[in-house]
Design a protein around this ligand. Structure first.
Ligand SMILES: O=C(O)CCC(=O)C(=O)O
Length: 329
């Protein structure tokens, strides 16, 4: 692979790789472009090679085509990614409404990733009331823009703005921010669930709004399901994120359902093939909150920092108000 892309490509840290995906009998399934960052690609290929589900062959030098054969009958989990030139094209997220999620590589540049990572790590080390922690340290930060105000700059980052505006109707603003991390000391997983709550300024009894709770001092409530359908989660990755270090897993198209009971969640899990949203540092996963999602503990010693933003472009029924309302411009 290194030879095929030439020393220049490696020096730049980039490769342009097309992967042909076939079933194990060799029948063509699709072509996928893989993440263009060499390290991410390398990790991905190593993982695919190590897996009993895939056979990986490298083919023709330029453009490089790797053939991946899927041994299992379950669909191969590969994100549709695109080249850097057209990564903000609407087609990148064309499946969002149908599948309830989309994976978009290379949204944030290296400098931004490093700066935000440093700020977030400093905040984690401090003892904030927003910290979600165990004895081994902090593995989450709620109300992230309260703790690290600079994170709000990401909401106005041109690539993030373009992405969010392509995905939403109206004038989007950010209504909630959370840091999710996994560490060897806090190696958590979360079972299949939907995100059902929003953060509001103050409690007011309004028809259709129920299950009031306070999280890290912020009033939260479950709005009607139609309200949740209009929200978009944008997860920005500060670390490479693969199945091995606890990437988000989703059950495609389940966002079209309503609020699900535990039994209904289990039934969906039986009948829907999960997709692992693998993405390199700097990439994003877009997700509708009602989509069933989960994540597993890491199999490797790593960290997995994800900034999870939620965006809306509508007001709540008065007198309810959003707790956070950070505009994209
Ligand atoms: O980041 C993860 O792995 C899980 C996040 C999650 O459970 C959520 O967004 O509700």
């Amino acid at each position: 692979m290194e030879q095929a892309n030439g020393p220049e490509a490696k020096a730049e840290g980039k490769v342009d790789v097309t992967v042909r995906v076939t079933n194990f009998a060799g029948r063509h399934l699709c072509y996928n472009k893989l993440p263009s960052h060499f390290r991410a690609l390398d990790m991905w290929m190593r993982r695919a090679r190590g897996s009993r589900r895939f056979a990986v062959e490298n083919r023709s030098p330029r453009p490089q085509v790797s053939v991946i054969r899927c041994k299992s009958r379950r669909p191969l989990v590969l994100q549709k990614t695109t080249s850097e030139q057209n990564m903000f094209a609407p087609t990148d997220i064309s499946q969002l409404d149908e599948n309830g999620f989309a994976v978009v590589p290379s949204i944030l540049d290296q400098e931004t990733i490093q700066r935000v990572s440093q700020l977030v790590d400093v905040a984690r080390a401090a003892n904030n009331s927003e910290n979600v922690a165990n004895s081994s340290g902090t593995y989450g930060l709620r109300n992230l823009t309260d703790v690290v105000p600079e994170v709000a700059e990401l909401v106005r980052h041109p690539a993030v703005v373009e992405l969010v505006r392509n995905a939403m109707v109206g004038e989007p603003f950010m209504v909630r921010s959370t840091l999710f991390d996994k560490t060897p000391g806090a190696n958590w997983g979360v079972f299949w669930h939907q995100d059902l709550s929003i953060a509001v300024e103050q409690r007011h009894e309004v028809a259709g709004f129920s299950a009031w709770t306070r999280k890290a001092g912020v009033q939260c409530v479950q709005p009607p399901v139609e309200t949740m359908r209009q929200i978009l989660a944008v997860r920005l990755h500060l670390d490479d994120c693969f199945a091995s270090n606890g990437a988000l897993k989703v059950l495609p198209r389940t966002h079209k359902l309503s609020k699900l009971t535990t039994a209904a969640v289990e039934a969906q899990q039986q009948h829907t093939s999960e997709v692992v949203c693998e993405v390199a540092a700097g990439g994003a996963v877009l997700m509708r909150p009602l989509l069933l999602h989960a994540s597993s503990p890491m199999d490797v010693e790593a960290s997995r920092r994800v900034i999870h933003f939620e965006f809306a472009s509508f007001e709540l029924p008065p007198p309810l108000q959003w707790r956070y309302r950070i505009p994209t411009k």
